[in-house]
Write a new protein. Structure first.
Length: 456
């Protein structure tokens, strides 16, 4: 017998003899008496406590229980602050426990495989309209019928669906009929989510192979025609011909992008209620880049003395007139204007920028702000409704991932970024020393209202 094996053999015999000489300790006592708490048990205890807390909060709010099996389960949680905070803490703890159980080596194997295959799957399902091909009610749809509707060969369709089911997307009955789960049903019901999936799996994803080159050559603020997405979809374009110009050339992309933004947008109530519009009296508000005036009309509805000028590209004028409510015809008007050109409305009380400046890198955002300055009167306000990045470590990790993903998406598509409170202050200070950020109010969904005063 080899020496090392003989040594192991003797050690094993000594362990067996010791175990017979000492009364065995029950497993439960062994765990609590001799082992310090592990990360696994600590996280499991935290998850249990948070689950109980969240269930209690949902019950108190008379909110239905979430479910991964019932198609009538709610798609979102109630906006109650305590429930949302507990939910985010639970997500973080559950994610940490999952990562711990998987282990680093397997985590990377899974990440490398699934990051591409999941994207491929979502792309195929979106481009073939598979989400809506599966009925929301009834016994389900056969593989053959679904194959005929989507154009995906039956055997490949079965393989794609098998992988989709590992994500909780779709399920099958004993009769091999495909039916929805709550996750897939949400996509089927929500045109905004389907449109956002289309934008991400098409325009954004096609830019990924160009990201390294753009990062090395252009940095954080490339020319609008040299962004990651521009390189992929419109190679050889001019430096100043950006995403918005490209969309205009393909109307179906414009329509899809509009649906995506409406579907993923933040409630207007945050802006309507988050600024003291009533304190303006009979003032004038210029809604710069205000599209069809939905925001202006929402503010006008609860501020009957205010008047609004909605500014956007000329081609929106006719549609604006058709959708503007009759009751606002005397108070909400449309004006064609390019916000890179000098502002034509002088002396307004507020110039509103909702989701405008975050679309542009600093060099372009400075041009937009400086074009506004000649029209400002002393005491005029610029109100910006955009994301405000909190310092790292403030948000739960789940929320942090959403925020950082949106920030990187702004870079890929537009060469732009989301800004922190300090970045907003620096931007306006650099635009004109007479512009002073006098308040930043954080509202729902990581958004903020940045209030800027022109000191004159």
């Amino acid at each position: 017998m080899r020496p090392e094996i003989r040594q192991l053999w003797h050690s094993w015999n000594r362990m067996r003899a010791a175990s017979k000489a000492t009364p065995a300790m029950p497993p439960s006592e062994l765990t609590t008496a001799t082992m310090p708490p592990s990360e696994l048990t600590t996280l499991a205890s935290r998850i249990s406590a948070l689950t109980t807390e969240l269930t209690t909060l949902l019950t108190a709010a008379n909110a239905p229980s979430p479910s991964l099996t019932s198609l009538t389960a709610p798609e979102t949680y109630p906006p109650d602050e305590a429930a949302q905070a507990t939910r985010l803490a639970l997500i973080d703890a559950a994610t940490q426990l999952r990562d711990l159980a998987i282990g680093p080596a397997e985590w990377w194997k899974m990440a490398a495989l699934t990051c591409t295959d999941d994207l491929m799957l979502l792309t195929v399902f979106t481009e073939t309209a598979l989400w809506t091909a599966v009925p929301l009610s009834g016994p389900g749809i056969s593989h053959a019928s679904l194959s005929a509707k989507t154009g995906i060969p039956p055997r490949l369709l079965a393989r794609l669906l098998r992988h989709a089911m590992t994500l909780g997307l779709f399920t099958s009955t004993n009769a091999e009929l495909i039916t929805h789960t709550p996750l897939s049903a949400t996509v089927c019901r929500n045109e905004g989510i389907r449109s956002f999936l289309g934008h991400c799996t098409d325009e954004v994803a096609r830019g990924i192979p160009f990201a390294t080159a753009v990062a090395r050559e252009e940095g954080e603020g490339p020319k609008v025609g040299r962004t990651v997405v521009a390189r992929a979809l419109w190679p050889g374009c001019g430096d100043e011909v950006g995403f918005w110009k490209f969309l205009e050339e393909e109307p179906w992309r414009v329509e899809r992008f509009g649906r995506a933004m409406r579907g993923m947008g933040v409630s207007m109530a945050s802006l309507v209620e988050g600024f003291a519009w009533g304190g303006l009296g009979e003032g004038l508000v210029v809604d710069v880049g205000g599209s069809l005036g939905h925001v202006s009309c929402a503010i006008a509805a609860v501020n009957p003395d205010l008047k609004f000028v909605v500014q956007d590209v000329p081609k929106l004028a006719a549609e604006f007139e058709s959708v503007r409510p009759v009751e606002f015809r005397d108070r909400v008007s449309f004006q064609a204007h390019d916000f890179f050109a000098e502002q034509p409305v002088r002396g307004a009380d507020v110039y509103l920028f909702k989701h405008i400046l975050h679309d542009w890198a600093d060099a372009y955002a400075l041009r937009i702000i400086r074009a506004l300055v000649p029209a400002l009167k002393t005491g005029a306000r610029i109100v910006v409704f955009d994301a405000v990045l909190p310092p790292r470590g403030v948000l739960p990790n789940h929320a942090e991932r959403l925020v950082t993903a949106l920030d990187l998406q702004m870079w890929m598509v537009l060469g732009a970024r989301e800004r922190s409170a300090e970045m907003w202050r620096e931007l306006f200070s650099a635009a004109d020393s007479r512009l002073s950020v006098v308040g930043i109010k954080l509202v729902d969904g990581g958004m903020g209202i940045v209030e800027v005063e022109f000191k004159g």
